[in-house]
Design a protein around this ligand. Structure first.
Ligand code: PLP
Length: 400
């Protein structure tokens, strides 16, 4: 049977169903890939975390809010009851202030050589893991005439950031002196947990002990920190006793449950969609994309989606990845390229402009960030923070 091709022309007979594009809904040219950020999900996740935390909550919005949009997430998190915001860099903190956020902000990667005047003037709480950073805060306080609050970071076993145990007494001593020299107040002591994902106190017992000892030593040096904090999402959910005065939650805010084998009903806040931009009917034995790693086993329809690894779609999806098209999971075939990928839709009546769900809600049978992460041997965090600049964020369910 002859059927019209995509341009309406009648061509040779083919085995697939007729596929004439309907009228296309025009969208903005920048919207090839859309990340819909669901603030109702963020609000829900905050509620779950707060229920477990039993302490005030700090929402981590570093790395542009794990790729969701730092300022928008910050506003929703604060509206949902978070009392603090946490970022890595001073620049991220200043971006929040420029966005009109007045809540307490902790920045925890403060380089000692960075000019901290703006951060001090903007009342950003600065983390100090060593004496040079503390001196840098003191210098900024003197230049600006603005008092500063600092949280001292101690290493409790990760050997990553934070003051090493052997240097901790010196840092505390100098901090106690600095408190007299200028209006610099040590209001907090904190540390980070390297592995809190396993239920059972054993997972956090050692760093917890080391943290308590570090706080005692700080108090012995005359410091009076009132905000002690150690817990991340996993600890907040599985070991709330480790939260002390503040639970610092990142992953959970965005719906990533980091506790092994024990779901807490967190909801993904990001939905990544795109649209079919090309369709081609091919016969059996056709090699697809670079190096023809996939060869069609039968006559089929190939749908092109304008999303690739530059947008954050891992190349690992080339083998085993799926997208949801027309309510059905369809395999990604051939190599994921920088800007595009191909999906084998078989004989389904897919049309140009049909929406494809790249990342959705696994509870509804859609591909989830955990699935991508498993295929790519990455963390869900890497997937979310790796979404590219072409992905347009659309915020829905923003609290009034
Ligand atoms: C210092 C610090 N605290 C807390 C968090 C939050 O950890 P999680 O994302 O596991 O909740 C992070 C990372 O996100 C962090 O770097």
């Amino acid at each position: 049977m002859n059927r019209p091709d995509l341009l309406g022309r009648t061509g040779p007979a083919d085995t697939g169903p007729a596929r004439v594009p309907g009228p296309l809904r025009l969208v903005q040219p920048d919207a090839s890939i859309v990340a819909r950020i669901d603030h109702a999900a963020i609000t829900h996740n905050l509620r779950v975390l707060r229920r477990h935390a039993r302490t005030p909550l700090l929402a981590v919005v570093k790395a542009d809010g794990f790729g969701h949009g730092a300022i928008a997430v910050a506003r929703t998190a604060l509206a949902a009851g978070a009392e603090w915001l946490g970022v890595a860099t001073v620049d991220e903190a200043l971006d929040l202030r420029r966005g009109g956020i007045t809540a307490p902000i902790l920045a925890w990667l403060v380089d000692p050589w960075v000019d901290l005047d703006a951060a001090v003037a903007a009342r950003v709480t600065l983390s100090c893991p060593n004496v040079p950073t503390l001196e840098s805060v003191l210098a900024a306080v003197r230049r600006t005439g603005t008092p500063a609050e600092v949280h001292l970071e101690v290493d409790t076993g990760m050997a990553r950031g934070g003051c090493a145990r052997e240097d901790w007494p010196e840092l505390c001593r100098r901090a106690a002196q600095v408190q007299y020299l200028g209006p610099v107040t040590v209001t907090g002591v904190w540390s980070h947990l390297g592995s809190a994902s396993t239920p059972g106190w054993r997972a956090v017992a050692r760093p917890h002990r080391a943290f308590v000892a570090a706080v005692e030593l700080a108090r012995g040096e005359g410091l009076a920190p009132s905000v002690l904090h150690l817990a991340n999402t996993a600890a907040t959910l599985a070991h709330p006793q480790a939260a002390f005065d503040l639970a610092r939650c990142g992953a959970g805010v965005y719906g990533i449950d980091t506790v092994t084998g024990r779901p807490h009903g967190l909801r993904p806040a990001l939905r990544l969609t795109t649209r079919v931009t090309q369709l081609r009917r091919v016969g059996a034995g056709v090699g697809v994309s670079y190096d023809h790693a996939y060869v069609t086993p039968r006559a089929t329809t190939l749908a092109l989606l304008p999303a690739g690894y530059a947008d954050g779609v891992p190349r690992a999806l080339s083998a085993g990845g799926t997208v949801t098209l027309g309510g059905t999971r369809r395999p990604v075939v051939g190599a994921v390229s920088m800007d595009q990928l191909v999906v084998d839709v078989g004989d389904a009546p897919v049309q140009l402009g049909d929406e494809a769900v790249l990342l959705g809600d696994p509870a509804a049978g859609e591909p989830g960030v955990g699935e991508w992460a498993a295929l790519a041997d990455e963390l869900p965090h890497e997937i979310l923070t790796g979404l590219g600049r072409r992905v347009v964020r659309r915020h829905v369910g923003v609290p009034a």
